[in-house]
Design a protein around this ligand. Structure first.
Ligand SMILES: C[S@@+](CC[C@H](N)C(=O)[O-])C[C@H]1O[C@@H](n2cnc3c(N)ncnc32)[C@H](O)[C@@H]1O
Length: 432
């Protein structure tokens, strides 16, 4: 996979790698059915952006290589990680807040509903999901609100899986999934009534790029609400431990560079948005932390299914996955690089937990913004139009009144002339 493939080449590569039509089953079935050479090439391709680069001494040029090849790097990441994500987490690739008595999947869905509520989504609205993954949130928000959801994604395999699942649950006419880079969205200006993004825009090399595109495709007066991955003000780039943790998150989650919450907020304003609210939802007094499943904290599991989800993240659960995936790779059933992928994802989990515990990182900086300036302009223009319309109406009325008055005068004159003529003729006829 090269850094500048066309969409057609991307799709052909994805079909060859993942065997789209044939793939089915769980993690082991999926990884053993991949094209082995293509898979290990993708793993190597991804690793070349990171390996052997000390986060403290890495040069600007090395970082720039990731930023300028962001589509290739992120696509490679999701080509190797998607099946592992679905196996470990489900069809919504994001975090959420957890409450006692609420199961893992209920909590994930509530996080999505909460976002939909920020946008005031109504049935029939046209809504965009930026960086839609395999479509878990798009399907949930579609069912929850009755709106039409368009998922935008740069990864063909995920788009394929999203479309397949939409058909399975009968949502193929209320959702669609489009291949595209969120830094250059394939949509006309003013297309969507509302836009949301869940833990996806952090893959942008520059936040103004993706936020600016959202601003462009959003209809005047529309709202954009999203959960951003950010580092917090506690992050000190000169602290070796902080750098190691944040760099670990970037490396193990396919992110060119994580930005501070203040940088994200400013980027939103820079492209023209009016910020309605900005809150780090990770700063709370919840009894259960957002990263508890990654800690493998079985004590917080709420039902038997949570137990299985969390078990996979325990030391023993990770050991089992490593043994199975590594074993299959050794005997040649799974492609070379499968075990390395599992290790990358373990690094992701560890660094996310460390970042969460120290409060250096948040996966849920919720920002809600609207193009109020746009809206004000529209309201002002509408006001001017109404005023002009009413004004014109009054003038026309006055003119009509004047012409009516003249007409009546003329008619009266005629009548009086006729009457005087008639009376003259009557007098004549009477032969006075
Ligand atoms: C962590 S996943 C979140 C997916 C989804 N929002 C969810 O919650 O299930 C990030 C997503 O962003 C997508 N993405 C990353 N870079 C992108 C880009 N440049 N254009 C479009 N999508 C992109 C990835 O393919 C992936 O689907």
């Amino acid at each position: 996979m090269t850094s500048s493939q066309s969409f057609e080449e991307d799709l052909a590569f994805s079909k060859a790698l993942h065997k789209h039509e044939a793939e089915s089953g769980g993690l082991l079935a999926k990884i053993t059915s991949k094209d082995k050479e293509a898979f290990s090439n993708v793993v190597n391709n991804y690793m070349r952006y990171w390996v052997d680069k000390d986060p403290m001494s890495e040069t600007e040029e090395e970082k720039e290589a990731r930023r300028s090849n962001y589509t290739n790097m992120t696509n490679s990441y999701y080509n190797i990680a998607t099946d592992f994500y679905e196996y470990g987490w489900g069809e919504s690739f994001h975090f959420c807040r957890f409450y006692p008595g609420e199961t893992f999947y209920q909590a994930i869905a509530r996080h999505e509903h909460y976002l939909a509520m920020q946008l005031n989504i109504k049935p029939g609205m046209k809504v965009l999901d930026v960086g839609c993954g395999v479509g878990g949130p798009a399907r949930e928000i579609c069912q929850f609100t009755g709106a039409h959801i368009t998922g935008l994604n740069n990864n063909d395999y995920q788009i394929y899986r999203a479309m397949k699942s939409a058909v399975k649950v009968g949502l193929e006419n209320k959702t669609n999934f489009i291949k595209g880079d969120f830094m250059e969205m394939p949509f006309e200006d003013n297309t969507f009534d509302a836009v949301y993004a869940i833990e996806a825009t952090c893959h942008a090399p520059k936040l103004e790029g993706v936020y600016g595109e959202v601003f462009r495709v959003l209809k005047p007066g529309g709202t954009f609400a999203f959960y951003e991955w950010c580092v917090t003000d506690k992050f000190d780039p000169t602290n070796i431990d902080h750098r190691r943790i944040v760099r670990g998150i970037e490396y193990a989650d396919g992110i060119p560079e994580l930005f501070k919450t203040s940088v994200a907020l400013q980027a939103l304003k820079n492209v023209g948005f009016e910020v309605i609210s900005a809150d780090d939802l990770a700063l709370n007094d919840d009894r259960t932390s957002w990263y508890y499943p990654l800690e493998g904290n079985m004590g917080k599991a709420q039902c038997i299914w949570d137990f299985f989800t969390v078990f996979r993240m325990t030391h023993f659960g990770k050991f089992c996955t490593r043994a199975l995936v590594g074993g299959l790779e050794k005997v040649g059933f799974a492609p070379t690089g499968s075990l390395q992928t599992q290790r990358v994802l373990e690094t992701a989990g560890d660094c996310l937990v460390e970042g969460g515990r120290l409060g250096l990182f948040t996966p849920m900086y919720l920002m809600v913004a609207s193009d109020i300036a746009h809206r004000t302009l529209v309201i002002a223009l509408a006001g001017i139009a109404v005023y002009s319309f009413v004004g014109a109406g009054v003038m026309i009325n006055r003119r009509l009144d004047k012409s009516k008055e003249m007409y009546i005068r003329q008619e009266l004159q005629k009548i009086s002339q006729d009457t005087s003529q008639n009376s003259e003729s009557i007098l004549t006829d009477d032969n006075v």
